[in-house]
Every structure is written in C-alpha cells, then in structure tokens.
Design a protein around this ligand. Structure first.
Ligand code: GAL
Length: 958
C-alpha cells in the first residue's frame, strides 16, 4: 500500500476487521418500557464518487446541508433520486462487480453522506445511557454524533450498536453517517441479488436506564415424554422473569419445569412473559420446543419434521430490501395460506421483526448468516476469506451478531453459516462458536459436503434420482454424513414458467424418512419497478457485468401476486392427502407433523360437466398426524347419461385463524366418476368445389388450391395448421453451466421456430377434404408428415390431424398441436383445467371445472416474457363466436400476439396486442423442468416425436 495523500482516512473501508467502537452484540427486542426514538424518515443526503472525496466537516454541528438532496431512511439511495441521480442498482449472481483483490475495493466507491438532526422528546429521561442502533447498512458505515466519531462497522444485514449517552443533547443533535457502497465487507456479501447501498433498516436511539436489560438468553425446552417445558432465562443484568400464563415468577438463571403447550410451526403457542431488571421491563414471548437430530432424523419435540419451505430474500419492487412491517406480514400470511411451513432466510438474517412474525404465525426458520463469497469460485477459491485467518474475526463477528440477535425466537431451529462460501477454517470456527454458544439448535451449511461442521446434510438442486439414492442411504459420503437427515436447502428453481417436477420431489420426501423436505428457490422475483420496462432486471441499468433475469426466480411476482408456481407448490405440499378410497369412499390422511385435523372441515361437491350439482359435508375423526381414515361419500344425485361427473373433496378451515379466514381451502382433490364422452360428428356434408377457387364443406369454406380453411360460419380464420414452437421458458433455456441438453438452444439450432410447411396435395373424397403436408425446418432432414382431414355435418366441422415423424428425431418437441388466429375475441369460456396455467409437470393445481376469462386474463405475466398460459385437460372452449371441442381433451392457449412476438420480447412492455387473437390447440406439451438451475424435464414429461392423431370439432357458439 502507498500512503494516501488526502486528509480523510478511509483505511477502515478496506480493513478486514468488523469495525470499531461498537458494543458487543445482544438479544434484539422490539420494545420495552425504556424510551426509544426511531430516527427513520427524511435525511439530508450527499453522494460522492469516491470514499475520500469529501472530508468530515459535514459531521460537525452547524454544518449547513441546506443544499443537499434528501433520501428516505430506511432505503437504498440507488432506488431513490430522479432518473438515476443517485446511481443505479447492479445485479450479478456471483461475479464480484469489481476486480477481485481482497480486501481492496475500487477507487470508484459511491459514498453517501447522511445527516439527520433531532431533538430528544420532552419525556426523555435525564439519567441513564443511550444506545444508537443500526439494524442494517450496506456495506460499511462511519458514524458521528454531534461531531464526535463513534465508530465504523461492516456486516450489512446485522445490527450494530454504539453507546452514545455522553454525546446526546436535549435538542439539536446531529447524527452523521457516511456509507460506502464497497468495502472489505463486500467480499463477504456476494449473494445472488442486487447490490444496493444505503441505510436500509431502522435507525433507533434507545434509552438505557441504569441497570437496564443487557443481553439475555431465553432457554425454553419441551419434553414430549412428560409434556413439560423447562424455562431458564440467563441475563447479563440479573432480574426476575414472570410468565403469568404458567404461574411462573423466577429469578434469572433459575430453572422451572411445568406442564406447557409446546411451540411448533403448526401450533405456535407463545406464552407472554416479562423480563424485569431493576432498570427495564422487557416483554417476551416464550415458545417451548426442543430441536435434535435423533436416529438420523431431525426432530422437534420428539417428532420428525417435513420442511415445506421457501427461500426468502427480502424484496420490494420499489424499496428493495427496505421492508416495512406490513410487507413482512404479507409474506408470512402468503406463506401460511400456501401451505408453506418453513423459511430459509437466504442469505442473511432478515429484519428481526420478520422473525417475530414467524414465532407468532408459525413457520420453521433456518436463520442464515450474512456470508457468501461465491465469486471466488472463479479463481478456484484462491484467497477465499473463509480460509484466511485474517478474516476469521469478521466471520465470528457476523456469526455472533446473528446468534445473539435472534437466539430468543422459537421459530429459529437452525443456524446457517452462510451460503456458497466454499470451505475453510473460518467456517469451522463459526460452527464451533455457534455450537458452544447455543446447544439448543442445529448448524446448517450446504457447502460442507463432509458435514464436519454441520448437523444436517444439506444439498441444493440435486436431481430426483440422486435425491432418491440419498433417501435410500446409498449415497455414500463420510461416516458422519451417512447418519444425518437430508434437507434440500434449495430446489425447484422458480425462474419464469415453472418449476416443474415439484410433485415428483414431494413423493420422494414422503416415501423416504431421511428426506426431510426442502426449500424452493425462491420466494419472490427481485424485479425493480421501472417506468419504461414494467420491471427491470439485470442489465437494464447498463451494468458492465450482469446476470439478466436470473434475479427474477420467485414464486411471487415482484408485486407479490402468487405465480402459478406458488399455486402448484401449495397443492403439492398440502398437509392433508385426500384420495379415492374403495367403493364410493374417500381416504383422508393427516400429513401434518404435529396438528390433528380438528381445525379443518371437509366438504364435497358433486359436479356434472363442470357444474356443481350438489354439495355437502363429510364428518371425519380428528385424525392424529400420520393417521388415515376412510369415509363414505353420499349416493350421487342422478345425472343424465353421457355427462362427465366427479367429486371434488376439500379440506377447509373450520374457523377463522390468524392467517386465513374460515373456509380457506387447505387441500382438495377430484375423484372422477363418469368420463367425458368424446364429441361425435357424423360426416354428412360433401366437400363441394365452387367456381371461386373455393371448396365448401358444411359451415366452412377452403382455398381449393392450398386446402387452407378460410371461413367458418362466416368468421374469417387464419390456420389452423401444425405448430410445434413455444417461446422458450427460462427452464427451457437452462443455466449456462448446465452440462446436458438445454432445449431452448437445441430447438433453435434445429430450427423448430422456423418450420416450413410443404403442401403435398389436396384430396377430395365423398365425405372429406384431406390436405397432405410435410412440416420441417430448413437444413434438417427430420420432418413431420402431417395430414389434415376435414369433415362436416350441416353445422359443425371436424379436423383430424395425423402426424408421423420422419427421420431421426433426437430432440423432444416443445408442443404438438395446431395454431389459428381469430379476428375478435371478447371472453373465453372453457370446460377443463383451471383457473391458471398448467404444463405436464406443473399441473397438480389445475382443477377441472367451467372457467371464464378475458384473453388478457389468460396471460401469466412472467417478468421476462416466455411461454405461458396453457390450460390443461380442456374438453371444450368457446371464444370468438366459436365452440371447439377436442378428442381427446387438449391444451388451450390464447394471446393477442404471436409466439414469435412473445419469443422476441424482453419485457412485458414489449408485447403489443395485434388485431387478431392467436390460439393454440395442443395435443401435447413438453414439460417444464427446473433446468434454469437444476434438473431438466423428467423423461416421463418429455414430448417425444411419435405418431399422433387428434381432432377438434368446430361449431358456431350456440
Ligand atoms: C444457488 C444460490 C442462490 C441462487 C440460486 C440460483 O446456487 O445459493 O443464491 O443464486 O442458486 O438462483
């Protein structure tokens, strides 16, 4: 290093130590009877291009910041400021957006000076001390109060406190915070997300009365054999603990054992308590539970768990990672309503209030440390901070800040060392420290393949096959690992359309005890609201390096609307299994780990051709977890012959709960009774050539030369003709590092997006018009011989398509069906799967019924446009004055743009409705898979080129 010539010292920015001047970490709590002052709001703000551009004069009282801009705290400055006035977000998955030369950072280091003036409230006590708390600042801060520097810190998503009592004045306090975007800490924060500098969580001034509570640790275990809870609260400042609901009043450090209701995510019983030290009363909520690995299984309160989890980054499309309480609550409610029972706080401790909500509503939490050094993978992990003793104090500081802050949450059952940081002595040191500090929880880290440092075996994105092998204990590995349960800390990559194959994972989880579930990647798309693009993703801010829309891979769209992926997941993980039993009965299995079924009511409805004919309730015993019962369905009401009939049985909430109202559907199934009859048509019309080069057949006219359908019952049509192309999904495109077949690319190479239709002949027979074609891409020797056979009675027209593949097809087809365009479509009505989209491996939530939508309502708004919106199992659809029936049932898609337009679009705003509606009627679809980061489509969901025949009957809507 060469000495700097500027007067301002910025050495702390590149210093690997965690910081200077901060207080030791301690338990976090929302409120107590001690006064506090939230310093959120409008702060004066000045942005500089480098860390040393400005001196520290701004921190002195009396400094005139009148000419400065303003930002909202909590917030990220790059998401504020008009038209990028404060710079813009940068998205990279794992690449460091600066040269890798730890601990150095670029000279171009956006630095935001923040200023806040405040007076103490009139009732602020004159005695005692005060603490200034920052709950989250990215990535490095230097703090002054009233002109005196109090310290510096790093560790963006962790709290940092300073003792400031001696510096406070009743009025005219000046809090100055200098925040640097890049610091040595950035090397430890290489998570797959936007780089977003700023004071993005609360800033609070806390009064600390004489003998106020310091750190405290609530130990609350549950013994499932005795039904008793054991409570002991260790407290730095001695005092008393009272739990009125349990009649307890004990000294800190004293142990009491009493009968209690345990805490579980399904039954989140919390006991209100108070920790009273001589100077402060802190309200607590105590949940009793015991976490252990026993007999190779992860158990809580003596019972094995099945995680139905999600990975949650903090995200809001306008505010980034600065989340308000209502948004956090919305996340928790959405999770509970979609049968999610667990959260991994990928990849950093969340705002602490989120954990309060997890305690309250009931979610298992893996709390993950703010640590990822993934970018070192590009350099064979050379210089990885987790294997360099100089960084170990920073790692231990992060571990301690997480554990001390969050240790009193019953919802937290595991500590995670971090994510994708390779391996090294620093991680081992973190694990050892955590194990010593908290013996009541497990340690998780996916990067530790030997499980030396961890208590569970954790993997991300293993293929189904390998998952099954692990389930069967045939995976090998170290002796320790072989004795541990497996959790998938990430699986089911929810990028764009998908993920496919979730149900197949769930069946494995349910079959093998060792597989204790997983966490879908991830909860929400990190799209940034953008005036011109709808939602922006990587590259939209002109970043030099970026990873495109890999940042939009959530089960929620950026505005928190559930995507079809979440609806699929909800169905796949429903905690009650309802199946057809023998002889007109239904079999119900309680798939909860702890709760009986007393919170649920069971209803049935009997449906005839998709319309409800009768409804009723079913009485079930309050089954314990794992138990099943069969109950008889009533005698079905009479339905005319030739109608499709089925039962829909639902498990609904019997009463309002804190997370959803009465009648909310938790689980459902459909049990077919009589099948849908195929449409019939007796070809009575004869194809009649006319003078105008047309052929008339029943209600239709055709071009005599090409055999193309021109009008049907007076409506002009384009097509139908064979179509095999879909706008590749993110999962079709696959991830760049995927070794095997990535069909998005292979399909394009083969030319499936530019198929040529060769006309081989138009033949008229007595009762049919047959058009012979061969559909194939230029330069290829594979093709699809395709005939269209048209028949009609007086009013209806039947198209039978026969497809025979020619040549050696090595690739599956994206889809197989016909495409046509209609001039005008208002509403669409159909009888089939709905209400949302479905594909072969994402169809669990598709329910057979009658549905209605606008064409726009059929679209799924993936942030990057791609194939979407297919409805499965469609018996008939009505649109644009036509009724189309299928034999067999078909997949239906309609949109105001062509597949080619959809394929070319980068953002939803690129899609402009044309003057026609494009309709795909598909005999088959290729599955979706999860190859954007994980396995591709399982063989059973692939659409292999094979001979096929399917037909549609078209008629004017009656
Ligand atoms: C994982 C990683 C996540 C995310 C995901 C892909 O490897 O842990 O942070 O990058 O892949 O979206």
């Amino acid at each position: 290093m060469y000495p700097r010539t500027t007067a301002t010292t910025t050495d702390y920015v590149e210093d690997v130590s965690p910081g200077t001047g901060t207080l030791p970490p301690r338990a976090w709590y929302r409120a107590s009877d001690a006064k506090s002052l939230l310093l959120n709001g409008d702060w004066r703000f000045r942005l500089s291009p480098t860390a040393d551009a400005e001196d520290d004069a701004f921190a002195a009282p009396g400094y005139d910041a009148g000419g400065w801009a303003e930002v909202t705290v909590p917030g990220h400055w790059v998401l504020q400021g008009d038209d990028g006035a404060f710079g813009s977000p940068v998205y990279t998955n794992h690449l460091y957006p600066f040269p890798v030369d730890p601990p150095h950072v670029p000279t171009e280091n956006p630095t935001g000076d923040h200023l806040r003036h405040f007076d103490l409230p009139a009732d602020w006590p004159a005695d005692g001390d005060a603490v200034l708390r920052f709950d989250g600042v990215e990535s490095c801060a230097r703090v002054w109060l009233n002109g005196t520097e109090v310290g510096t810190f790093k560790g963006s998503r962790l709290p940092h406190e300073f003792a400031v009592g001696a510096l406070l004045r009743p009025t005219g306090n000046v809090l100055a915070v200098r925040v640097h975007q890049w610091s040595a800490g950035s090397y430890l924060e290489d998570q797959d997300q936007w780089w977003l500098p700023g004071i993005f969580r609360d800033v609070t001034l806390l009064h600390r009365p004489e003998r106020a509570a310091g750190d405290f640790f609530v130990h609350a275990a549950y013994d499932h054999r005795t039904g008793e809870g054991t409570l002991r609260v260790d407290s730095e400042v001695p005092g008393r603990v009272t739990v009125p609901g349990l009649g307890l009043d004990l000294a800190t450090g004293e142990t009491a054992t009493v009968p209690v209701e345990p805490w579980t995510a399904e039954t989140p019983t919390l006991y209100d308590a108070v920790l009273a030290t001589p100077g402060e009363r802190v309200p607590l909520r105590v949940g009793f539970r015991t976490v252990a690995v026993e007999d190779g299984l992860l158990k809580v309160n003596g019972r094995p768990l099945l995680f139905r989890g999600v990975n949650r980054h903090e995200w809001h499309p306008e505010r980034g990672r600065a989340l308000d309480l209502e948004t956090m609550r919305q996340d928790v409610l959405l999770m509970k309503r979609h049968n999610v029972n667990a959260v991994r706080t990928s990849h950093y401790p969340p705002h602490p209030a989120f954990l309060d909500l997890c305690d309250e509503y009931g979610l298992w939490v893996i709390d993950e440390c703010d640590l990822e050094t993934h970018g070192f993978v590009e350099h064979d992990w050379r210089d990885n901070p987790v294997d360099d003793d100089r960084w170990t104090p920073a790692l231990l500081d992060r571990a301690a800040r997480m554990v001390e802050r969050d240790k009193n949450h019953p919802s937290v059952v595991m500590w995670s060392l971090g994510n994708e940081a390779g391996t090294g002595r620093g991680l081992t040191a973190m694990a050892e420290w955590i194990h010593a500090r908290d013996t009541s929880r497990l340690v998780h880290y996916e990067g530790d393949a030997t499980c030396r440092d961890t208590d569970v075996y954790s993997r991300m994105y293993p293929f189904h096959e390998e998952t099954e092998l692990i389930g069967r204990g045939l995976d090998g590995g170290t002796h320790k690992r072989r004795g541990l349960p497996l959790i998938l800390c990430e699986y089911g990559h929810a990028m764009g359309n998908g993920p496919g194959g979730l149900a197949d994972y769930q069946r494995l989880f349910e079959r093998y005890d060792r597989l204790q579930g997983g966490f879908v990647w991830e909860w929400i798309d990190h799209g940034v609201r953008h005036p011109g693009l709808g939602y922006a993703y990587g590259g939209d801010f002109g970043e030099e390096l970026h990873d495109g829309n890999f940042v939009c891979d959530g089960l929620l769209f950026p505005d928190r609307t559930p995507s079809p992926g979440l609806l699929e997941y909800r169905k796949v993980i429903e905690p009650v299994r309802i199946e057809g039993g023998g002889d007109g009965s239904v079999r119900v299995t309680n798939g909860h780990d702890f709760a009986d079924l007393s919170a649920l009511a069971f209803t049935w409805s009997y449906e005839v051709d998709g319309e409800t004919a009768a409804t009723g309730t079913l009485a079930l015993p309050p089954l314990a977890p794992g138990e099943s019962a069969e109950v008889k369905l009533p005698e079905p009401p009479d339905a005319p012959a030739g109608r499709e009939t089925l039962w829909t049985v639902r498990a609904v909430l019997a009463e309002d709960t804190p997370w959803a109202p009465k009648d909310h559907v938790v689980a459902w199934t459909q049990l077919p009774r009589t099948p849908h009859p195929a449409p019939t048509l007796t070809p009575t019309a004869r194809p009649a050539p006319a003078a105008d080069d047309r052929i008339h057949l029943g209600p239709a006219t055709f071009d005599a030369r090409t055999g193309a359908l021109l009008t049907l019952s007076g409506t002009e049509l384009t097509g139908p003709r064979l179509d095999v192309w879909r706008a590749p999904t993110d999962n079709d495109e696959g991830a760049p590092w995927q070794p095997d077949a990535r069909y998005g690319t292979l399909w394009r190479e083969l030319g499936l997006h530019r198929m040529r239709h060769r006309l081989d002949g138009v033949r008229l027979t007595d009762d049919a018009l047959t058009v012979h074609t061969r559909v194939a891409p230029a330069a290829a020797d594979v093709g699809l011989r395709t005939t269209y056979r048209w028949e009609a009675d007086g009013e209806r027209l039947r198209l039978t398509v026969a497809v025979t593949p020619e040549g050696h097809w090595t690739l599956p087809l994206p889809r197989l069906g016909v495409r046509l365009a209609l001039p005008e479509v208002d509403r669409v009505r159909w009888y089939g799967g709905g209400p949302g989209e479905a594909y072969p491996d994402t169809r669990s939530a598709s329910r057979l019924s009658r549905w209605e939508s606008s064409v726009d309502g059929l679209q799924t708004p993936y942030v990057r446009p791609q194939e979407n919106g297919a409805r499965a199992d469609v018996r008939w659809v009505e649109l644009g004055g036509l009724r189309i029936e299928g034999d067999p049932a078909f997949w239906f898609t309609a949109r105001r743009w062509t597949t080619e337009h959809l394929d070319a679009a980068a953002h939803l705003t690129d899609l402009a409705p044309g003057d026609r509606v494009w309709v795909n009627l598909d005999h088959a679809q290729h599955g979706i898979g999860s190859q954007s980061c994980g396995p591709g489509v399982l063989p059973r969901y692939e659409l292999r080129a094979a001979p096929a025949e399917f037909s549609f009957v078209f008629a004017r809507r009656g």
